[in-house]
Design a protein around this ligand. Structure first.
Ligand code: SAH
Length: 240
């Protein structure tokens, strides 16, 4: 399982590059596979983003036949991505008992977005997906409230999709019940690509109607500040 980082080659680790170059097969969600340069020696298997369990089994079957397979994810493969799916599939079937599986990390979206705004995740923070496709909204709401009450900065993944439009508005309301409306918020979209945009706003100023699936939102804690010039930091020192 190989993490591609948030965008192109500049964000790919040398380790990931070497593993990708050595692969016989590249398996993954089609837009991620398409990010990689073609190599005539390699077979590419792009798929739909829902067929995760089948994709894992397909990759393990190829590996069983002696192929060197790279299952690619954007960002880090262990963060809302394929690593746990493949490891679970490998452990769940005796046939795959001897297939060696390695996880090659990547730069995750929360860090990529944070880096473009300063250091909004400079102290304790929570990583949370707003997608209720794989977990119920009640669980998401409970975790958001706990993170807000605990005064963590919060990195929000999967804030919306074409059909999921309400989650960010609901999340913002939940957070505003615990946090100052002026809390700094960093919105990163398509970071690392030519379409990158990074906006610094506040919880109050965050407009959920504009959200799309390429957003990653870093919400500050009570200590997060916007410095002169718009740089956002969460100080390392917590007040006594
Ligand atoms: N494994 C990935 C996350 C996959 S979930 C990682 O570690 O980054 C998909 C979500 O990641 C998107 O909805 C978005 O919230 C975020 N994301 C992925 N790439 C991004 C990018 N280039 N810019 C901003 N957010 C991104």
């Amino acid at each position: 399982m190989v993490g591609l980082g948030p965008a192109g080659r500049d964000w790919l680790t040398p380790q990931a590059m070497a593993v990708l170059a050595a692969a016989d097969d590249i398996v993954g969600y089609a837009p991620y596979v398409d990010r990689l340069p073609r190599n005539p020696r390699q077979q590419r298997h792009g798929s739909d983003n829902r067929a995760e369990a089948q994709r894992a089994e397909f990759a393990l079957d190829l590996a069983l036949r002696g192929r060197r397979v790279a299952v690619v994810s954007s960002g880090d493969p262990g963060v809302f991505a394929m690593a746990s799916v493949v490891l679970e599939a490998a452990a769940g079937d005796e046939r795959f008992a001897d297939v060696p599986v390695d996880v090659v990390p990547g730069i995750t979206a929360a860090q990529a977005v944070a880096s473009q705004a300063g250091a909004p995740l400079g102290h304790d923070y929570v990583v949370l997906s707003l997608s209720d496709r794989l977990k119920p909204w009640e669980v998401i709401a409970r975790r958001l409230e706990a993170a807000a009450a605990g005064d963590f900065a919060i990195a929000i993944y999967n804030p919306a999709s074409a059909s999921r439009r309400q989650q960010l508005a609901d999340a913002r309301e939940l957070l505003l019940a615990h946090r100052d409306p002026g809390t700094p918020v960093v919105v990163g979209r398509a970071v690392g690509t030519s379409e990158q945009s990074v906006t610094v706003t506040t919880l109050d100023g965050l407009d959920p109607d504009q959200v799309d699936m390429q957003w990653l939102i870093n919400v500050g804690s009570s200590q997060t500040r916007i410095l002169r010039g718009g740089t956002v930091i969460t100080p390392r020192r917590y007040p006594d």
